[in-house]
Design a protein around this ligand. Sequence first.
Ligand code: KIV
Ligand code: NA
Length: 267
Amino acid sequence: RQRQLTAVDVQARKGGAPLVCLTAYTTPVARLADAECDVVLVGDSVGMVLHGLPSTLGVTMDMMILHGQAVARGLDRALMVIDMPFGSYEESPEQAFRNAARLMRETGAGAVKLEGGAAMADTIRFLTARSIPVMAHVGLTPQAINTLGGYKVQGRGADADRVLTDAQAVAEAGAFSVVLEKVPAALADRITETVAIPTIGIGASAGCDGQVLVIDDMLGLFTDFQPKFAKRYAELGQGAQAAIAAYAEEVRARRFPAAEHVFGDAT
Ligand code: KIV
Ligand code: NA
């Protein structure tokens, strides 16, 4: 069996075979993802996908730790990266270190992810100098929806240089990889060619060094809304709804449980 990948292994994949990444929030789904993925991300998307929150802003450290512990039990090979939730790192490098160390200590994650570009460079430098690998996240950063004004494409037209500068800043600060979310494909390609670390696209470009999707989106389990970039590889939500309807019908008709589901007195 292969050993578990590290942030160093992932960083070394720059320009190589594309990195396959998915989110996971539970042990069984982490096991499924581990078979195919290089990186499994315990995303703060868990708040929207599993807890019904309207955005990622309400996600807490305790939620991340509980889901991180569950995911860790399902991984053998993939690098586990865990999101730092809103409010847990922006105040100072010291605050970020304290919370990142807690996330890693209590879950066993091999790296943390945080949102932000140039504004987070000092924090990324502080963490990486203190043995915490950081995956950065630039372009559309969902924790910033209130200042961005919604889930809009970032880096169009004259705004392109801002996103490029952010990606360069996090790379130079020591991030081992960077997520590019919802940026024009040509800009994602330009950033991928410019920065020395792997770019992981979501709504970016097939030219990125890797791709990530939210697992419930790609399985068709989270259907509250469907971003353009969230390709559905299955319709498990529909399958589950049909199964529940079949069960309900059989219960009402007293066709479930059948003979094979009940117990006799002897056997
Ligand atoms: O929270 C999340 O799932 C993420 C990925 C979409 C990159 O940050
Ligand atoms: Na996230």
